[in-house]
Design a protein around this ligand. Sequence first.
Ligand code: NCD
Length: 320
Amino acid sequence: MKKNLISNDIQISPKGKLIHLLGLEGLSKKHLTRILDVADGLIDDSGNLKKSKALDDMSVANLFFEPSTRTRNTFEIAGMRTSANIINVDLANSATKKNESLLDTMHTLKAMQIDMFVIRHKQNGLPHHVAENLEGVSILNAGDGINAHPTQALLDMLTIRQHKQSFKNLSVAIVGDIVHSRVAHSNIQALKTLGTRDIRLVAPKGLQYDSESCATVKCFSDIQAGLKDCDVVIVLRLQKERMLEADIPNEQEYFDNYGLTAERLALAKPDAIVMHPGPINRGVEIDSSIANGIQSVILQQVTNGIAVRMAVMEILAGKS
Ligand code: NCD
């Protein structure tokens, strides 16, 4: 799999307690299972989310330097459902626009007694850098560049666990723009930690990992071979914002060769589930009928995002 150049070492205290969530490398199966179990406990028998008082003495700040609908809003709802005070920092009008350094802005927010920061940024390792320089707070990585998106992978694992018996015997195909995807990176790590042996990456040349990163997973350029008999299909968006203009594939051509259609999905197991972190681009990476179809669990992933983010916040706060 892709080499992780950014160390997550500081996310665990010398006593073994999780103090930040920066990435999934370095977290054991026990850590991941605990987060999933706490998240499960926050969903009632009818599938509704519970409320908790766990963070009623804490303040959380959302700092999103990149666009987001699902991640930002589910973090906000997770904050509210755990009784935290949560603010969305208005970055378009913040002091960083007046040339204040990000760390100075963060120190200022910490002085407002913020206990936990949720950060999304285009720079790989930015949340790690903040965690190293701001003491006494917890940093949650909500997506850094092409590096990691740990809570997305955790909500994906929770969704898979709700549908499938064990991770070990699953065949999981991740299809699309692998090379630019922090979601793919974190999902591969999570699946490996949880014991999945058959992880397939399906992408055209140019959007696929290099041969070194493909050494411990199965890389396919042929979507039909990649989807054959798999249990889970995770579809990814073409992340054009991370591509050079000249490298952006023609959308119709891409859909013709890699779009998830009914015909292609029929190659997977009949009970295969279809996942997508969103935002979805219908008719580009996924046919509209598949996104809305009975095998799609895309909206369930969104709801699970709240439970997982509540669980992570409670664990970081030492309340679960
Ligand atoms: C993803 C992201 O931002 O990495 N979306 C998300 O968090 N739900 C994937 C994407 O942008 O394609």
